[in-house]
Design a binder for this molecule. Structure first.
Ligand SMILES: Cc1ncc(C[n+]2csc(CCOP(=O)(O)OP(=O)(O)O)c2C)c(N)n1
Length: 550
């Protein structure tokens, strides 16, 4: 066996059976070895950001490592933004990055670069495999690290001669001790804090957003009156009718401040104490109110479900009925489309068991409310703020769950970072419906321009946030990649096309021309409105927040 064959066999034996590739000459022996290990599925992406984002989407749904095959430093660098998102999602990822043969590096040939430095930005484990004999052990270690908990990015750099030389043997996965729950003292302290009264909230993130953890947390909430919150951008949130429905912390700090106002206790479960996404002049970054005690029930390293279940026991809440989301769908919209009507249509039609990759940015503001009572589905959000994630994540999710319908809700600006994902969707015949919100702008940046109080923005500044001149024709782009596509202007046409796209196998793209969700006049009024919201009574403030928060 050569190194590459043993490496692939090791990956497959450890359950890592899908590799998202964009290879070059230094990876040719890995590519050649693919046929000798039939269990490994290889999925070609035509840009590395698609490969890394797809590995992330795959890992989020399969709960197994997503593997990438990338070409030296530049290939890894091209994939970095979505590896950053994967790191924030705590997704298990193993990157195999090809390198020059060990004896070739001394010549500083064209593609020679410091791969490890590029890798370190996103990887908690980086190794350049030193020999063919050690390669499989290195791979087994990489898999072990990637699985965590928490899931992590591990990068194995593979010199071409280590890959092509003979004398390798597969390695067995490294056995792992199971993750431990919180200790008894922590459980008791938190149980006492919750019993003592005062406003409490349980903030769920990471793996605490799946049904088991949600149900345990909802029992605790029912027993103690604590509020259930979820992090703003979940890696994977199981939601819909019949599941507990934690309220996501709002993106705008003014809204988040309303949600958190008056808290005496904040219990973190695989989540960080909330901070603002960006710093804003004169505004605090840390969102936990003064006087609120922050407790960590479950760290990302721990067994969060077991910790929550132990807290249920400590509170004698096992028999409590968790509050569950009622089934409810919005009515079918009609007339000229707006972003809100698109969300309404998605809420009206979202199929049971769907996976929603949400990168709709401002256009999807009302999506959480419109889909809250839809049949059960998984929501995959933009975890690390690096746009260009939505389409690749949809690719990976569809490969991980071929029997589930995938919806990619995609803003125009974000789509253009990794639009090549459409090609892989066709190549692999993935059941993905892309709803492309075309507002011909970087809409959110118009909001942010107001919020950061940058003075003096004139036409040159505004044109940096504008995606017209030329208008992008997404239907033609999609057709060029081989994706059946339609542009719709009315809600009736959208409903027809959505129903067709969801029912027909393979990928589809529906371009919806939508006005920006906030007009210039609203934008000018926004800073005042946001300041005012902090003074509104809670129910009213929350109603406004639900309407406006992306
Ligand atoms: C990799 C990366 N580059 C740039 C940005 C900055 N950025 C944040 S939002 C945004 C524009 C989003 O526009 P679009 O996707 O069209 O959504 P809209 O705001 O119009 O709803 C940009 C460029 C980013 N977040 N990530």
């Amino acid at each position: 066996m050569n190194g590459a064959q043993a490496l692939i066999r090791t990956l497959v034996d450890a359950g890592a059976t899908t590799c998202f590739t964009n290879p070059g000459t230094s990876e040719m022996h890995f590519v050649a070895a693919l046929d000798s290990v039939p269990e490994m599925r290889a999925v070609l992406a035509t840009f590395e950001g698609v490969a890394t984002g797809a590995a992330d989407g795959y890992a989020r749904i399969a709960d197994r490592p997503g593997v990438t095959l990338l070409h030296l430093g530049p290939g890894l660098g091209n994939g970095l933004a979505n590896l950053h998102n994967a790191r924030k999602a705590k997704s298990p990822i193993v990157n195999i990055v090809g390198d020059h043969a060990t004896y070739h590096t001394q010549y500083d040939a064209q593609l020679q670069s410091d791969i490890e430095t590029v890798a370190r930005n996103v990887s908690s484990w980086v190794r350049t495999s030193a020999s063919t004999a050690e390669l499989a052990e290195d791979a087994a270690e990489a898999i072990g690290v990637s699985l965590g908990p928490p899931g992590q990015v591990a990068t194995l750099i593979l010199p071409a001669d280590v890959s092509w030389s003979e004398g390798a043997a597969p390695a067995a996965p490294t056995p792992k001790a199971p993750a431990a729950p919180a200790d008894e003292a922590t459980i008791q302290t938190i149980a006492n804090a919750l019993r003592a009264g005062g406003r409490s909230a349980i903030l769920l993130g990471g793996r605490a957003l799946r049904e088991g953890a949600l149900t345990a947390a909802a029992r605790i909430a029912a027993a103690t009156d604590a509020q259930l919150l979820a992090e703003t951008f979940p890696a994977r949130l199981e939601r819909g009718a019949g599941l507990p429905a934690p309220e996501r912390i709002a993106y705008f700090p003014e809204f988040a401040a309303v949600q958190l106002r008056g808290l005496k206790n904040l219990i973190l479960v695989d989540a960080k104490a909330p901070v603002t996404f960006f710093a804003y002049p004169g505004k605090p970054s840390y969102l936990v109110p003064d006087g609120c005690d922050v407790h960590e029930l479950g760290s990302p390293e721990s067994n969060v479900v077991a910790s929550l279940e132990q807290l249920v026991e400590a509170l004698d809440a096992g028999a409590k009925q968790p509050a569950l989301q009622q089934a409810a769908r919005p009515g079918r919209p009609s007339g000229q489309l707006t972003a809100e009507k698109v969300c309404q249509a998605i809420g009206a039609l979202l199929p049971e068991g769907a996976i929603v990759s949400d990168e709709s940015v401002t256009s999807g503001q009302t999506l959480p409310a419109a889909t809250a009572g839809a049949p059960r589905h998984d929501l995959l959000a933009l975890t690390g703020g690096a746009i260009g994630q939505g389409l690749p994540v949809a690719v990976g999710a569809a490969i991980a769950a071929p029997d589930r319908p995938v919806l990619a809700l995609e803003a125009d600006g974000s789509s253009l970072y990794t639009i090549q994902s459409l090609w892989t969707m066709v190549r692999e015949q993935l059941n993905i419906t892309v709803v492309l919100f075309n507002n011909r702008s970087y809409g959110i940046l118009n909001v942010e321009l107001q919020r950061v109080q940058a003075d003096g923005a004139g036409p040159k500044a505004k044109s940096q946030l504008d995606l017209s001149r030329p208008d992008v024709d997404f239907v033609s782009l999609a057709k060029g990649f081989g994706v059946p596509s339609k542009r719709v202007g009315s809600a009736e046409d959208l409903l027809t096309e959505l129903e067709r796209a969801i029912a027909e196998p393979g990928p589809h793209l529906i371009e919806v021309l939508v006005p920006n969700v906030l007009s210039d006049r609203q934008l000018r009024a926004m800073p005042i409105a946001l300041r005012a919201i902090g003074h509104l009574p809670r129910p009213l403030a929350q109603a406004v927040k639900r309407r406006l928060s992306p």
